[in-house]
Design a binder for this molecule. Structure first.
Ligand SMILES: Cc1cc2nc3c(=O)[nH]c(=O)nc-3n(C[C@H](O)[C@H](O)[C@H](O)COP(=O)(O)OP(=O)(O)OC[C@H]3O[C@@H](n4cnc5c(N)ncnc54)[C@H](O)[C@@H]3O)c2cc1C
Length: 369
């Protein structure tokens, strides 16, 4: 097998020659206006043998190791291009199907996901179940050879452009809350699914609320054990764990852009102090990430908390520097309005603090509600 180092060199050369075909690096979720370009990029990756680096060769992957995949993502971050079009499909759904899927589910979905034919969204959060996901109330009731799904999901990124969804729904309302949930691979074109865009305060609508009314879902859409969906969901979310190497590259870029805030400005001592404070924090996160290594989950919580809080403070400072008019319109106003989302998506800052408190600092566990 090719060494990770040699693979990285080949990937860097390929990316240098092909990155002009990629959309800008949008992070985990493709915004609706870049979907066409993102899909074309995924198809190009597939055709060029660059999709599913650590997926098995018999489903169209490259049959390499997670270390090769991490190197691929690192090279993509260095080249400033997205490593995958659809993180929910290529990481979450793909991970769940490889680990828990039947042979039929693997055949039906894995290659189609690599090709960009199956595009996935995540149907977990509900109006009454976000941080406390175990309280979800969307129901899937068995009726012969199908489940009847009723309920509502919310904050579904990319819902409108996805043709498949990973759905967590309650199949046993009598059981303790985490023991009555099942996990489904949902065809988003089924009758009874109503997808409505949610407009954010930035003016954009990157996510949707999704309503289910008597949706007839074939029984073979269940993945993993019946009522054992909590375990599938948690395994999937763990595989979402940040690739720390990639975050270091994007953190370095962010630190550069923070330092550039001072260019051409006559900063007051207070502004200089705030800027220096943010830069030192960023350097500390970088050192911490380099020391923690690629996969420890508590390290991922520390990085997630640190970087999203820092980027929120940077957005505030940028707007302060630009003055009152900049908060009305333009990129600084957009940054100000978009910044809070980073502190919520993928587990809120408070939830990250709970994880760090309990698992790293050994503080008493939160009382169970
Ligand atoms: C940009 C973005 C994209 C998203 N994409 C998706 C998606 O594709 N699919 C999907 O299913 N979901 C998605 N979400 C939803 C996201 O997972 C939830 O918003 C998040 O889990 C928080 O849940 P909530 O909004 O219900 O807030 P709540 O859980 O109601 O939290 C409200 C407040 O209470 C605090 N809080 C809650 N519990 C605790 C506790 N135990 N201790 C201390 N404080 C607590 C929170 O920190 C927060 O400040 C997305 C969110 C964002 C912002």
């Amino acid at each position: 097998m090719i060494s990770v180092e040699e693979f990285g060199q080949q990937a860097a050369a390929w990316l240098a020659a092909n990155k002009h075909l990629a959309p800008r690096d949008y992070g985990a979720i493709c915004p609706p206006d870049l979907v066409e370009q993102g899909l074309a990029w995924q198809k190009h990756l597939y055709a060029s043998g660059k999709a599913g680096i650590h997926w098995p060769a018999d489903v169209g992957g490259q049959g390499l190791t997670p270390a090769h995949q991490a190197q691929w993502l690192l090279e993509c971050a260095l080249a400033g291009v997205p490593g995958v079009f659809n993180m929910v499909g290529l990481v979450l759904a793909g991970g769940a199907i490889q680990k828990f899927g039947s042979d039929e589910q693997k055949t039906h979905h894995l290659n189609a996901t690599l090709r960009g034919d199956h595009v996935w969204c995540q149907l977990f959060s509900e109006p009454g179940a976000g941080s406390d996901l175990g309280s979800l109330s969307t129901k899937a009731e068995r009726d012969g050879d199908r489940y009847i799904v009723n309920g509502q999901k919310v904050w579904c990124s990319g819902g409108r452009y996805s043709n498949w969804g990973i759905l967590m729904a309650r199949t046993n309302p009598e059981a303790p809350k985490h023991d009555g949930i099942s996990f489904f691979l949902l065809d988003m074109s089924l009758p009874g699914i109503d997808i409505r865009p949610l407009k954010q305060m930035t003016g954009e609508a990157e996510f949707d609320e999704v309503f289910f009314t008597d949706v007839q879902v074939p029984a073979d859409a269940l993945i993993g054990p019946l009522h054992g969906g909590w375990g599938v969901g948690m395994a999937v979310l763990t595989s979402e764990r940040g690739h720390i190497g990639t975050s270091i590259i994007s953190l370095e870029r962010r630190l550069d852009s923070i330092a550039r805030l001072a260019e051409g400005r006559d900063l007051s001592p207070l502004e200089r102090q705030e800027l220096a404070g943010l830069l030192s924090k960023g350097m500390a996160y970088k050192a911490m990430a380099q020391r923690q290594g690629p996969v420890a989950s508590t390290a991922a919580s520390l990085m997630k908390l640190g970087i999203t809080e820092m980027m929120f403070d940077v957005a505030m400072l940028r707007a302060d520097f630009s003055g009152a008019a900049a908060t009305l319109d333009g990129p600084d106003a957009f940054g100000l309005l978009a910044a809070p989302g980073g502190r919520i998506a993928g587990g809120t800052s408070q939830v990250q603090r709970n994880i760090i408190g309990e698992r790293l600092l050994g503080l008493p566990r939160e009382p169970k509600g």
